[in-house]
Every structure is written in structure tokens, then in C-alpha cells.
Design a protein around this ligand. Structure first.
Ligand code: AGP
Length: 610
């Protein structure tokens, strides 16, 4: 969380930094700031509470000239969202710094630096870093050495961009535990939290590794690894274009991303199906040797990615015959888990930078797993670089904080994994052919379900004045209910809970009244009759039911029950298809309520702090 951008160029950098911040705003949007060094060697800074648009207004009123600068968009961890806590932080009018991450030993450092006479003006953990660097500069070290010395005293995670008013020719960056990329221009160099921020100025990138320290000039860059060795990191050319991250004709990124799902799913399947089979190699070249040895699977993830894992448990156990455990990363990382022999560790993450998921992966590496597999949407992410096996979902950049196309493409990846592992466990060629055939039809089916948009938009009006909702599902649709509830709560701020419908009488039934809409997903599967009885229990108590039901299913539509027919086709891909109306519902309710759909309060897209 928090977005960093920095530039050293032969042209004014303020506009480049501002555009970079706009593209990083999904990472945090409590406050924003920029510092630029002018020709006279003066550091000029602007900071605002709120979004980047307010910083743009401030910059328009008070332009910051100069060819070296850093900027930041914040997601508060230590210290409330406030101008004095916004980055860049400055020490002694000389050293300016932007930071993403959390400095765990900030209290001890603050006490020491205060005792040495440094004046603190914020409540952040970050400010200790800028004073620590300044202390080294004051001892006469050049900027890069000052940063090297200061970071040695830090515990926690950081991505840093630093400038020194007495050195107009260098920008210094450091990375440990938080992502940072260098952009290579012609006669100019940049840093940013991700490539999207820099696409308007370059498509050539170097991804820093943990422990790296980098010095950038206009013409060259130098990188030292954690042992202090000067190293060469590979330069990669990004295939992303500026257009892929534009909102286009859509009102919000979330809406765009919901409607991109047929294409995103097709892209994720592209090259992953060979005739009627799923080649094991689509999970990495070592998969062919490893998968036949797999005896169980443990899936770790957070939020929506965790819900994808919960769905996969049903698939892996029923189709591949493999025991599967699924756990949220923040819990898993702090317990001693037993790892049965032959267990595959699967980490799912859209961003590949989620702090808890990464920590769980690090822990898994020495825990006796047969292998680690990352299912991820960002090729250059830490999760991808650090896992034994990788499956990239090709969903394209997801900007809206609410995850949509990332989720359905994760489900596609997990279906492919189920089929691949299933074949090693005796799934017949005939069954594999059938499953692959169903997957091939999926993009078209999602397209069909998206036609429910207007119907769902009309239904959304019933929610605008509600404070609580309940989502119900059974079997692999229970995680879909969880996902529907998460979508609704995070962008509309309506309290939403999900239950397996069979649990109703064990407590939640007590909540049912006319003020609490109950949303159920009703696929045409073996649990349908059981679900119908559960829905009757809700009706009998005056509950208002909205049921997204397979259009072949007959459900009486009477007073208090609204049924929306979903063009679903088969049990395998139903969870993906039933997700779509729930995404649309959350979206339209949020639009009606006038909340900030793409950047809901208190949240950020990439949760890079614990
Ligand atoms: C979903 O809508 C979320 N905003 C959130 O739960 C997200 O899925 C979670 O933070 C995990 O992110 P990741 O997939 O990037 O690891």
C-alpha cells in the first residue's frame, strides 16, 4: 500500500510524477504529496489530504519546477491521514523521502534520533528514515552511502525514494519487502511502485530484488544487492500499453473489469489447453516431475483470492481425489502447521505482493512441502519470483480495489490445476476431454450472464436503504456467497454476511426480518432441494429473498421472493457464472449509494503491509 514515484530527467518532472501518482492511486488515497528540487537547489514540497486530484489542483496553483523529484500517495498505517503525515518527509530542508511499507522499530529509532536533536513533525513510522539518512549526510556521506548506512538500522519493510538538495544529479532507491521498479528512459530514469505508473514515459523496466539499493542518474543506474555487491539486474520490456489501463467508455474501473471477464478468461485459457488436455507444463517445467508425487494440497491466500481457494477445495477433492486445506495467510503464517508428505503449497494472489501471503510462502519454503506454486496476475511480482512453480492468470491489470476479473481467472487457473493433478490421480482421458470442452465454452457463457446487467441494476434499488444483508449458498457456492458478501460490503459499506444455507437454523435465522434482504445462489445441482428447504425457512419468517437461480430450475416467485434466472450450463463452471450477478449487484448498489466504487474508504488494492 502507498504508491511511490520518482524521476530524474532533463525536463520538468512534476507532471510526470503527478501522472504516475494517478496511476498508483489504487494503492492508497488518504493523502498525496510531491517534492521537487529546483534549479537553485531548493526543495519545494506540496502535500494534501485526500486524493491525487487535490494535489493536481494544488500544483496548478503553485507549480513546482525542477528535473528531480519524488511523489507519494498514502494509505495510512502509522499516523492518521493528515497533511503533516503525508509524504514526502523532509529532514533539515535537505533530504526528502517517500516510503512504502512499515518500519517496525520506529519507536526505538525515533527515541534515539530525537535525543540526537532531530525534530519530528509527523506521527509516521517513515519519518525516522529520513532523519536517519540526513544524519549520515551530515556526516559527509554521499546520498547513496547515507541511504545504505541508514537502512541497515531498519527493521520491517520498505521501498524508498530519496533525494538530497545538495546532489541534483542522483535519485536513490532501496527495496526490502515492498515492491519497487526502475524505469529506463532516454536521458532520464524513474522509480515507481509498479510499472503502470511509468507506462507513459517508458516500457523498459528493472525489477529490484529484496535488499537492493539503487542509484539513478539521468544516464545510468547502479544497483547493489543485499551483500553490497554491484549487480546487473535484467531489463524487461513491458507488453502493457497505456490503453490497457485506461477506463475507456466505462464509468468505473470495476465496471470495466466485470465486463472484461469473457476476454480475461479466454486469455487465461489461451495456450493452456492442448487439444483435449491440460499439459502439466502450463504450471512450470518442473510440474511434470512433481505433480505425480502430490498427495495433498494446501492453499493460502487473503480476501477474494482466499475465496477462490475455498471453491477449489471442492474441485480438488471431488475431481482429483486430493485432500485439500485452505487457510487465510494471516492465520497460517503464525501457527505451526503439520505438513503431510507430498503436499503442494499453493499461494493465490492477484497482486503477488500481499504481505501475509508472501510471508506464508517464505515460511512454506522450509516447512517440507513438495513444491510451492503461485497463482498470480502480476508476472514481475515477488510471489511469482519466489515460487517453484507459477501459473499466471492473464487477466490484465486490475485497478478497481474490488477484485472481479482476477477472481474468475483464478478460478479458471484452479480448474486447470484440478484437471492436471486429477490426471496424475487417475482422472480418465474421457473425463478430462469433457472438462476441457466445458472450459472452452466458458468465455461465451460469461458473456451471456453479463446480459443480466440491467435486471440486476433494477434490483439494486432495493438495497440502497438497507444496512444488513445475508448471502446464502451451499457446496462450492458457499464461497461464492462469501465473495458476493465481500464485494457488497467493501464498495457499498452495507454490512453483508455469508452462510452455508444449512447453517441458518444454527443462529443466523434469528436475524431475518423484512429489513434484511437475503440473497441466495441456486445452481441446478444435487443440493438444490436442500437449498429450497433452507429458503422456505427464510420465507416463513418474513424474509425478503432474492434468488439467483439456474434458469432451468423452477422456484415459485411469490410475495417476498424474487427469482433471477441465470443462464448456467453445468456444475463445473457454475461457481464462475454465479459470481457475475453478485459482482453486478455490488457494483450497482454502490453506484446508487454514491460511494467511491474504485477506491472505497479505508482500503487499498495491494496490501503490502501486515
Ligand atoms: C477483494 O475485492 C479485495 N479488495 C481483497 O480482499 C483482495 O482480494 C485481498 O487483499 C488479496 O489480494 P491479492 O489477491 O492481491 O493477494
Amino acid at each position: 500500500m502507498c504508491g511511490i514515484v520518482g524521476a530524474i530527467a532533463q525536463r520538468p518532472v512534476a507532471a510526470i510524477l503527478l501522472e504516475g501518482l494517478r496511476r498508483l492511486e489504487y494503492r492508497g488515497y488518504d493523502s498525496a504529496g510531491i517534492a521537487v528540487l529546483d534549479e537553485g537547489g531548493q526543495l519545494n514540497r506540496l502535500r494534501v489530504l485526500g486524493k491525487v486530484a487535490r494535489l493536481a489542483e494544488a500544483l496548478a496553483a503553485e507549480p513546482l519546477p525542477g528535473t528531480l523529484g519524488i511523489a507519494h500517495t498514502r494509505w495510512a498505517t502509522h499516523g492518521e491521514p493528515a497533511v503533516h503525515n503525508a509524504h514526502p518527509h523532509i529532514s533539515a530542508e535537505r533530504c526528502a523521502l517517500v516510503h512504502n511499507g512499515v518500519i517496525e522499530n520506529h519507536e526505538a529509532l525515533r527515541a534515539r534520533l530525537s535525543a540526537e536533536g532531530h525534530i519530528f513533525t509527523s506521527d509516521t513510522d517513515t519519518e525516522v528514515v529520513v532523519h536517519a539518512i540526513y544524519a549520515e549526510l551530515a556526516r559527509g556521506l554521499p546520498l547513496v552511502d547515507a541511504v545504505r548506512a541508514a537502512v541497515q538500522g531498519l527493521r520491517g519493510a520498505y521501498a524508498l525514494g530519496v533525494i538530497d538538495a545538495q546532489d541534483p544529479n542522483h535519485l536513490v532507491a532501496a527495496r526490502y519487502g515492498s515492491p519497487l521498479v526502475i524505469g529506463l528512459g532516454f536521458g532520464e530514469s524513474f522509480i515507481a511502485s509498479d510499472v503502470c505508473a511509468l507506462l507513459p514515459v517508458t516500457n523498459r523496466f528493472i525489477f529490484l530484488e529484496d535488499g537492493d539499493l539503487a542509484e539513478l542518474s539521468r544516464e545510468a543506474i547502479w544497483i547493489w544487492d543485499r551483500s553490497g555487491q554491484l549487480v546487473e539486474r535484467p531489463m524487461k520490456t513491458s507488453l502493457l500499453s497505456v490503453e490497457t489501463i485506461e477506463r475507456g467508455p466505462y464509468r468505473h474501473y470495476m465496471q470495466k473489469e466485470i465486463f472484461e471477464q469473457p476476454h480475461a478468461i479466454a486469455e487465461t485459457l489461451e495456450g493452456r489447453l492442448s487439444g483435449e488436455r491440460v499439459p502439466l507444463e502450463v504450471f512450470g517445467h518442473r510440474a511434470a516431475a512433481l505433480f505425480p508425487q502430490i498427495r495433498s494440497v494446501r492453499i493460502i491466500a487473503c480476501g477474494t483470492s482466499y475465496h477462490a481457494g475455498l471453491v477449489a477445495r471442492y474441485w480438488l477433492e471431488s475431481l482429483a481425489g486430493l485432500p485439500c486445506q485452505v487457510e487465510v495467510a494471516s492465520e497460517y503464517r503464525y501457527r505451526r502447521a503439520v505438513v503431510p508428505e507430498g503436499t503442494l503449497f499453493v499461494a493465490i494472489s492477484q497482486s503477488g505482493e500481499t504481505a501475509d501471503t508472501l510471508a506464508a510462502l517464505h515460511q512454506a519454503k522450509n516447512a517440507g512441502y513438495a513444491a510451492t506454486l503461485a497463482i498470480c496476475n502480476v508476472p514481475e511480482s515477488s510471489l511469482v519470483r519466489e515460487s517453484d512453480l507459477v501459473f499466471l492468470t492473464h487477466a490484465g491489470p486490475e485497478i478497481g480495489v474490488a477484485s472481479t476479473k482476477a477472481f474468475t481467472t483464478q478460478l479458471v487457473a484452479l480448474l486447470l490445476l484440478t484437471i492436471a493433478l486429477g490426471r496424475c490421480r487417475g482422472l480418465s482421458a474421457e473425463e478430462e476431454r469433457r472438462l476441457v470442452g466445458l472450459l472452452r465454452q466458458l468465455p461465451g457463457e460469461v458473456e451471456e450472464v453479463l446480459r443480466l446487467d440491467a435486471t440486476v441494476a433494477a434490483l439494486a434499488e432495493r438495497f440502497a436503504d438497507k444496512h444488513h444483508t445475508l448471502f446464502l449458498g451451499r457446496g462450492e457456492h458457499y464461497p461464492i456467497a462469501l465473495e458476493g458478501a465481500l464485494k457488497l460490503k467493501e464498495i457499498s459499506y452495507i454490512h453483508a454476511e455469508a452462510y452455508p444455507a444449512g447453517e441458518l437454523k444454527h443462529g443466523p435465522l434469528a436475524l431475518i426480518d423484512e429489513e434484511m434482504p437475503v440473497i441466495a445462489v441456486a445452481p441446478n445441482n444435487g443440493l438444490l432441494e436442500k437449498l429450497k428447504s433452507n429458503l422456505e425457512e427464510v420465507r416463513a419468517r418474513g424474509g425478503q429473498l432474492i434468488v439467483f437461480a439456474d434458469q432451468r430450475v423452477h422456484l415459485a416467485q411469490n410475495n417476498g421472493v424474487t427469482v433471477v434466472g441465470v443462464p448456467a450450463t453445468n456444475e463445473l463452471v457454475d461457481p464462475l457464472l454465479f459470481t457475475i450477478p453478485l459482482q453486478l449487484l455490488a457494483y450497482h448498489v454502490a453506484v446508487l449509494k454514491g460511494t467511491d466504487v474504485d477506491q472505497p474508504r479505508n482500503l487499498a488494492k495491494s496490501v503490502t503491509v501486515e
